[in-house]
Write a protein that binds this ligand. Structure first.
Ligand SMILES: *[C@@H]1O[C@H](CO)[C@@H](O)[C@H](O)[C@H]1NC(C)=O
Ligand SMILES: *[C@@H]1O[C@H](CO)[C@@H](O)[C@H](O)[C@H]1NC(C)=O
Ligand SMILES: *[C@@H]1O[C@H](CO)[C@@H](O)[C@H](O)[C@H]1NC(C)=O
Ligand SMILES: *[C@@H]1O[C@H](CO)[C@@H](O)[C@H](O)[C@H]1NC(C)=O
Ligand SMILES: *[C@@H]1O[C@H](CO)[C@@H](O)[C@H](O)[C@H]1NC(C)=O
Ligand SMILES: *[C@@H]1O[C@H](CO)[C@@H](O)[C@H](O)[C@H]1NC(C)=O
Ligand SMILES: *[C@@H]1O[C@H](CO)[C@@H](O)[C@H](O)[C@H]1NC(C)=O
Ligand SMILES: *[C@@H]1O[C@H](CO)[C@@H](O)[C@H](O)[C@H]1NC(C)=O
Length: 504
């Protein structure tokens, strides 16, 4: 049993992974409940992990390309428990989270911050599955429409064409957002710069896989313009030179509606210009301590360069101003990361441009541990190696270790519940076989016997009550993405033979 579903856990579930999905299909169990108990046959490895895919009739999207990757991988993986985890996790996003899809109308799953992360695992097969490509294109078109209207928000209601009623978000009812939003369109308007990075990442992954530049339409270009605007607004100092308070976005509310209440008129801690872009909340949906979140800026720098490359490559797109601007900002942000966040080879998680540095990491991606995964630097970079060592030690306030489980967590759950997601990021960030295998089996051994990747795991309690979130599609997808990476990078560690596997 999950002990708790905190505010943002619910929000993430309501995004792509709403429980309404499965309930909508008659006779299908709610997947959150389904995921709390072992279901199908057990794997033949020592852990005996259950088969946890919904019955075929209850799956929310079918893809033969996905089924092929599952059989290709499970026939190669040497440990039947790892194979079972791949089989359960790889299709999880498509099995359980697609809320609506109408290929004739180009409408798709409701999107949110996790969408890009959840689809990253399918990047290699988008090009070979037309329906899946259509689904991803529809998600991008939908996101473009929303961002062009509400660039500060990260979670949206289904579009009117879907015929689905908006969901009342009780956590947003007492919140006052400036600029104001329409709650029939916006589900929640926390400002997290990595949400916008997610849109950029999904767009370029789709383009790289398909070379289809039809996504570069009017809404999409308006969304890109809005993203540039937000970048400009959120880079500025809180006070101008005459001590005028600068606020383009703030998040306040009535008593009890905010957790926690946000100081300085809903703006948070003051900041001074460094070249980095501020964010109001973290990728965990928790309030930022200091506005300049290093890993989110790293993701931004990477995705702005990718955006420029994509636009330069796209045949139907001739404008040079947008790619030039993207490269200029990317360079500014990259320089600012190296100049203003690193001391003695240690990256700070957050800074404020006034000397404030918070040295820690949070499991949610983008995190410092995931800098190589994000594409910001090489895993052998001395600053990464030094920072990584610190993050996986007591010097990181959100690192914790128990008898069976260890890793990095965050204040979203609490300091003694590290997240499997941190171990996944850790694997992406090392070539050391022993480190990889320890991290992999720290995850594999700790699914509470349920065969799915959870949000967090208590270091004190490894019984079935010690984890949070039975159904966390993002973590499932990220785990499968990591196994696909090892299949290419380190096949002998996980396969029966040393032959690489890359889905095509
Ligand atoms: C479970 O095992 C039985 C017997 O081997 C097999 O017929 C059945 O298809 C399996 N079910 C699942 C869900 O794998
Ligand atoms: C997926 O395929 C099964 C049959 O295997 C079918 O019952 C189900 O409706 C399909 N799901 C969707 C969303 O098309
Ligand atoms: C998809 O959209 C078309 C065109 O609007 C509509 O006729 C059809 O009923 C829709 N299908 C579903 C399954 O919603
Ligand atoms: C929108 O906000 C109003 C006023 O707080 C509330 O009555 C309504 O239920 C909300 N609707 C949704 C979909 O959240
Ligand atoms: C909140 O943001 C709005 C712009 O959306 C701005 O006009 C207002 O001054 C801000 N308020 C504070 C207290 O920062
Ligand atoms: C920031 O970094 C760039 C490139 O590393 C360097 O050229 C520049 O002088 C630095 N700026 C400051 C203010 O340190
Ligand atoms: C990372 O650095 C190592 C050692 O310097 C080098 O062999 C490798 O090619 C680099 N990888 C990337 C992705 O740049
Ligand atoms: C995983 O569990 C196996 C079997 O109990 C044990 O031998 C192994 O050391 C564990 N690995 C890790 C990293 O905890």
């Amino acid at each position: 049993m999950a002990r708790r579903l905190s505010i943002s856990s619910l929000l993430t579930v309501v995004g792509l992974g709403t429980t309404a999905v499965v309930q909508a299909q008659s006779g299908c169990p709610d997947y959150t409940n389904f995921a709390m108990a072992p279901q199908g046959n057990k794997s033949t490895g020592p852990l005996g992990l259950p088969f946890m895919r919904p019955a075929p009739a209850c799956r929310t999207f079918n893809s033969s390309a996905v089924e092929k990757v599952i059989s290709d991988m499970t026939s190669r993986l040497k440990d039947p428990d790892v194979a079972r985890l791949f089989e359960n996790t790889f299709p999880n996003t498509l099995d359980t989270t697609v809320k609506y899809f109408n290929s004739s109308e180009n409408l798709a799953a409701q999107w949110l911050r996790d969408t890009a992360n959840q689809f990253a695992v399918y990047e290699s097969i988008i090009g070979s599955d037309k329906e899946l490509a259509t689904l991803v294109r529809a998600v991008i078109n939908n996101e473009a429409r929303y961002i062009s209207q509400y660039p500060y928000c990260g979670s949206f209601q289904p579009p009117p064409e879907s015929g689905l009623a908006p969901t009342v978000n009780s956590y947003a009812l007492g919140v006052i957002v400036n600029p104001p939003v329409d709650n029939n369109t916006v589900f929640e308007c926390k400002f997290e710069i990595d949400s916008l990075c997610g849109f950029l990442k999904l767009s370029r992954q789709y383009y790289q896989a398909t070379k289809d530049d039809s996504i570069i339409n009017e809404d999409w270009l308006t969304a890109i313009g809005q993203i540039f605007q937000v970048i400009d607004e959120q880079s500025q100092s809180s006070f101008d030179e005459n001590f005028n308070w600068i606020s383009y976005y703030n998040w306040t509310g009535g008593a009890g509606s905010l957790s926690p209440a946000v100081n300085n008129g809903g703006n948070g801690e003051p900041k001074a210009f460094t070249g980095l872009v501020g964010t109001h909340h973290r990728p965990s949906d928790d309030l930022s301590t200091y506005a300049f979140l290093t890993p989110a800026n790293a993701m931004l720098a990477v995705e702005l360069t990718n955006l420029a490359d994509m636009l330069d490559d796209a045949k139907s797109f001739k404008n040079k101003e947008i790619p030039d601007m993207a490269r200029t900002i990317s360079k500014r942000v990259t320089d600012a990361i190296w100049n203003s966040t690193v001391v003695d080879n240690i990256f700070a998680y957050e800074t404020n441009g006034l000397g404030g540095r918070y040295v820690m990491d949070d499991a949610n991606v983008p995190s410092l541990l995931s800098l190589p995964y994000l594409g910001f630097l090489n895993k052998t970079d001395p600053s990464y190696v030094t920072t990584r060592k610190l993050l996986l030690s007591r010097k990181n306030p959100y690192f914790a270790q128990g008898k069976k489980f260890f890793g990095i967590g965050g204040p979203h759950v609490d300091a003694w519940n590290p997240w499997p997601m941190s171990q996944i990021s850790s694997i992406f960030g090392t070539d050391d076989d022993e480190e990889i295998m320890t991290a992999l089996y720290t995850i594999v051994n700790n699914t509470a016997g349920l065969g799915l990747i959870h949000e967090s795991q208590s270091i004190y309690d490894d019984s079935t009550s010690g984890y949070t979130r039975p159904w966390f599609a993002w973590a499932n997808s990220y785990f499968a993405e990591m196994l696909l990476d090892l299949a290419d990078r380190k096949p002998s560690l996980i396969f029966k033979t040393n032959e690489k596997y890359v889905p095509s």
